[in-house]
Design a protein around this ligand. Structure first.
Ligand code: ADP
Length: 855
């Protein structure tokens, strides 16, 4: 961008001080810096003063000639060789531009025709002109003798350093060696090469340009030197560089990058910080808009285009966020702000702006957005009604469920404050005052949590939770949460009812239990209840109960209910609910409920009453079955007792008869022995039956005396000799010589006999082991067989009366032996235990305290 630095004193000084000759001279000396800012201008061209021309004060008058000059200068600045060109304008202009080593260029432009005229017109005028140029110009011949020296600059330097006509160049530089910088420039020019250098002398900086001087044939005849005091310019440039460095540090510290876009050239300059933001070394961002776009995420490029286009269209500043991709692949988010730059013609000439890396802020914002969306979704997806109020009672948030739950009209919601909402809620609650008091209490204690159950006027049950809302540990409000627990409470009450009813009805006093269960059901299923039972003799009302304070309403039995189906019928404003009590397809009775005045029975009530009726029917049926079973058992025991007594007489007679037969010898001994064995067996069965009936009536008698357990075992083994032989089992007895304890001899033998005869009976002819031993104060008796064993699920029962784990067809017996055995063992304070495995065998282990039964 070519422009004149505003406030450039030299420019104005020149135009104002040089006077009319210079002002009109067809001669122009122009200096530009590396950014093509005109740093120096003297003389005039095309009758236009340089200041006016290049200040762009009058755009229209910036003729193509001058533009061309500046373009050449631009090329020169950018490193083109010094050149002499002629541009065609209104006049022939000779331009000589020379790059300066420190950047920038200097040019001398002459209007060829007018210069020639001027020269011929006045050598003196030209002198004056040169003298007024704020630079120094000199010419030498081939021997470096000064042939001309003009310019105000020369007058400023000390005489010793000033080129003086007639003297040699080295006379005032003091060094003749070709290596000397000034000499080298001059020698170069004599060799036909242009050159420039910067010199520091007497605390000032000078830019010096040397050109070969040629005659009309192009032959070098000497050289022309041009020196310019660039001290202020470089000072300004240094200051600018310092400023730029500071700007760069400031940008780095603030993470702000800047850029400038020139529309005409489509070039962008990026600050170093902006490069750092892109993860690129300086210069790598390129200098075009397209180059910049290449680093922007493709999805965000249209956004960038649109922002730029709109800014240029409207002339207004802009701001937008876009994502860039770093060479590492990392994505960052930049916020770009820009402003439009305008040219002298008032049209946008470019854009200028800054970029800030807002990735972290953006991520935080994204996270925050996600959190808010999650919270909103959570708030709305919960089945609870939620209301959040701040400490001043303002509504911070509530969800749809809250509005639905309390049936809040839009008018209330629109003008909602915590107070108005809770006041609305209050009206729907039973026990309004208590609710309001509790609410006030919680509001006055921000730290406190609360939980209560609200019974609503419309029969719903709502659970209310309230807890403080905290931010960084301090309370900032309160969250009220409401949960409709009507269904849960109903189910709970129903479950409680069924559980209570079940517990009550487990009682054998089923009629009282049924009445108690009906009372438990009452508030839930109605205000009155009656139970009618249908006995074989006819129908009878077992009870009729009502809730306290309920108006007495006669409860007639519904005819329809006799069909055995539950039903609800209208009785005036109320309903009557009837469920049949059915057990094993028999209608035992009907249970009838009358609804409370304010409500009618529902399907749910019908189901619940049905369950209660079924439970009652079961209880009645079970009670009746139990009664029957008891009666049957009593009958059996009675029969056993009678039969045992009745059998005992004939058995004794038979015994005597056999004894007589044996003593007379009238009969062969074999059938007599057979009869005796069978009679013994019959005797044992009769004894078992009698023992059983005695045990039942707790009349079993014991004669406690010293008894030798080993002897009892031996006697029993001997007496069972024949059965043992028939079974094929061998029997081993391991026992001490004697083991005496205080027991009943007959009962101990009976115990051993029961266990041994079972081992023989169920032992499958396999070996049987009997062990008698002492264990501390106890005697132990172990009977082990390897027979059929007892299934696990039957083992707990074999000690019960009449319980058998085998079929009667295969094995005879009453199922009383183990029952009596356990009774004997327990009578002596001992225990009997069973270990058995089907097909492996059984072991009965008896432990008997040796000092007999405790008194
Ligand atoms: P039972 O007269 O039937 O033998 P018990 O009271 O002596 O009556 O035994 C009850 C039941 O226990 C028997 O019917 C049988 O099924 C089982 N039982 C008793 N002892 C044994 C054993 N040693 N092996 C297998 N089963 C046995």
């Amino acid at each position: 961008m070519l422009e004149v630095s505003p406030g450039d004193e030299e420019l104005h000084d020149t135009s104002s001080d040089v006077g009319s000759v210079v002002a009109r001279a067809p001669f122009l000396v122009l200096g530009v810096d590396s950014r093509l800012h005109v740093t120096f201008a003297a003389g005039a061209l095309d009758a236009l003063p340089a200041a006016e021309l290049f200040a762009g004060a009058d755009g229209d008058r910036m003729l193509s000639t001058h533009r061309a000059l500046l373009e050449i200068l631009a090329r020169s600045v950018n490193g083109a060789q010094a050149s002499t060109v002629t541009v065609e304008g209104r006049h022939r202009i000779a331009l000589h531009a020379e790059p300066l080593s420190g950047g920038g260029a200097v040019a001398v432009c002459l209007d060829v025709d007018r210069t020639a005229q001027a020269v011929s017109r006045s050598e003196q005028g030209l002198r004056m002109l040169f003298r007024n140029v704020p630079a120094g110009i000199w010419a030498t011949d081939l021997r470096l003798r000064i042939t001309r020296a003009e310019g105000s600059l020369l007058e400023q330097v000390p005489a010793a350093l000033r080129p003086v006509v007639g003297r040699r160049v080295w006379d005032f530089t003091g060094d003749r060696s070709p290596a000397d910088a000034v000499m080298s420039l001059h020698l170069g020019a004599l060799a036909g090469q242009s050159g420039s250098a910067r010199f520091k002398a007497l605390g000032r900086l000078y830019d010096v340009v040397l050109e070969p001087l040629r005659d009309g044939t192009g032959q070098v005849t000497g050289c022309v030197g041009f020196a310019m005091d660039a001290t202020r310019h470089y000072a300004r440039e240094a200051a600018l560089q310092k400023l730029a460095r500071r700007l760069d540090s400031a940008q780095r510290l603030a993470h702000v990058g800047s850029w400038e876009y020139d529309l005409a050239t489509n070039r962008i300059e990026w600050s170093e910080e902006l490069h750092r933001m892109h993860g690129l070394p300086p210069g790598e961002l390129g200098d075009s808009y397209e180059g910049f776009l290449a680093h922007t995420l493709p999805e965000d490029r249209p956004l960038t285009d649109a922002a730029v286009a709109q800014a240029l269209r409207t002339g207004k500043g802009f701001q937008y966020d876009h994502r860039i991709v770093l060479p590492t692949g990392e994505r960052r988010v930049l916020q770009t702000r820009g402003e439009v730059l305008f040219g002298a013609d008032g049209q946008p000439s470019g854009l200028f702006g800054s970029c800030v890396d807002i990735t972290e802020r953006w991520q935080a914002l994204e996270k925050q957005k996600r959190t808010v969306s999650l919270l909103t979704a959570t708030l709305e997806s919960t089945a609870d009604g939620l209301l959040v109020v701040d400490l001043d009672g303002r509504v911070v948030a509530f969800n749809r469920r809250f509005a639905e739950m309390w049936r809040l009209p839009a008018s209330v919601l629109e003008a909602a404050t915590g107070q108005t909402l809770l006041a609305f809620v209050r009206r729907a609650v039973m026990g309004e005052e208590a609710f309001a008091a509790r609410t006030r209490e919680l509001e006055s204690r921000p730290e406190e949590e609360g939980h209560d159950v609200l019974q609503l006027v419309d029969e719903r049950i709502i659970e209310r939770y309230s807890r403080p809302q905290r931010l960084d540990g301090s309370v900032v409000g309160r969250v009220w949460s409401f949960r409709d627990v009507t269904q849960r409470e109903r189910l709970l009450r129903q479950a409680q009812l069924m559980s209570n009813a079940g517990r009550l009805l487990a009682s054998l006093e089923v009629e009282q239990a049924a009445e108690a269960a009906a009372r438990v059901a009452l508030p839930l299923l109605g205000c009155a209840c009656a139970l009618d039972l249908f006995d074989p003799e006819g129908s009878r009302r077992l009870f009729s109960v009502a809730v306290e304070g309920a108006r007495e309403v006669p409860l007639a039995v519904s005819r329809a209910a006799l069909s055995g189906h539950p039903l609800v019928e209208a009785v005036g404003e109320r309903t009557r609910l009837t469920v049949p009590l059915m057990a094993r397809d028999k209608l035992l009775g009907v249970l009838t409920f009358l609804s409370a005045e304010s409500r009618r029975h529902t399907q749910e009530d019908l189901v619940l009453a049905g369950k209660l009726g079924a439970r009652m029917a079961l209880a009645f049926d079970q009670a009746s079955l139990y009664r029957q079973a008891r009666e049957a058992l009593d009958a059996r025991e009675q029969f056993l007792s009678v039969a045992a007594h009745e059998l005992r007489g004939p058995a004794t007679t038979l015994q005597l008869g056999l004894q007589m037969l044996r003593s007379t010898g009238d009969c062969p001994s074999a059938p007599v022995e057979l009869c005796e064995r069978q009679l013994q067996q019959l005797g044992r069965l009769i004894d078992e039956m009698l023992d059983f009936t005695r045990l039942r009536s707790q009349r079993l008698h014991f004669e406690v005396e010293p008894v030798d357990l080993v002897k009892a075992v031996q006697l029993t083994v001997t007496s069972l000799g024949r059965e043992l032989e028939t079974s094929g089992s061998t029997l081993t007895v391991t026992a001490p010589a004697a083991l005496v304890g205080r027991w009943d001899a007959g009962r101990i033998e009976q115990l051993v006999r029961n266990l041994l005869s079972n081992a023989i009976k169920y032992g499958r002819g396999r070996p049987i082991q009997v062990e008698v031993a002492t264990s501390g104060d106890d005697a132990t008796l172990v009977v082990r067989d390897m027979g059929i064993g007892i299934p696990l699920d039957r083992q707990a029962y074999v000690f019960e009366p009449f319980e058998r784990a085998v079929s009667e067809r295969n094995f005879g017996g009453l199922g009383l032996g183990l029952f009596i055995s356990r009774a004997i063992v327990e009578a002596f304070g001992g225990t009997i235990a069973l270990e058995s495995q089907p097909d492996v065998g059984s072991t009965f282990r008896v432990t008997l305290p040796r000092d007999g039964p405790s008194p």
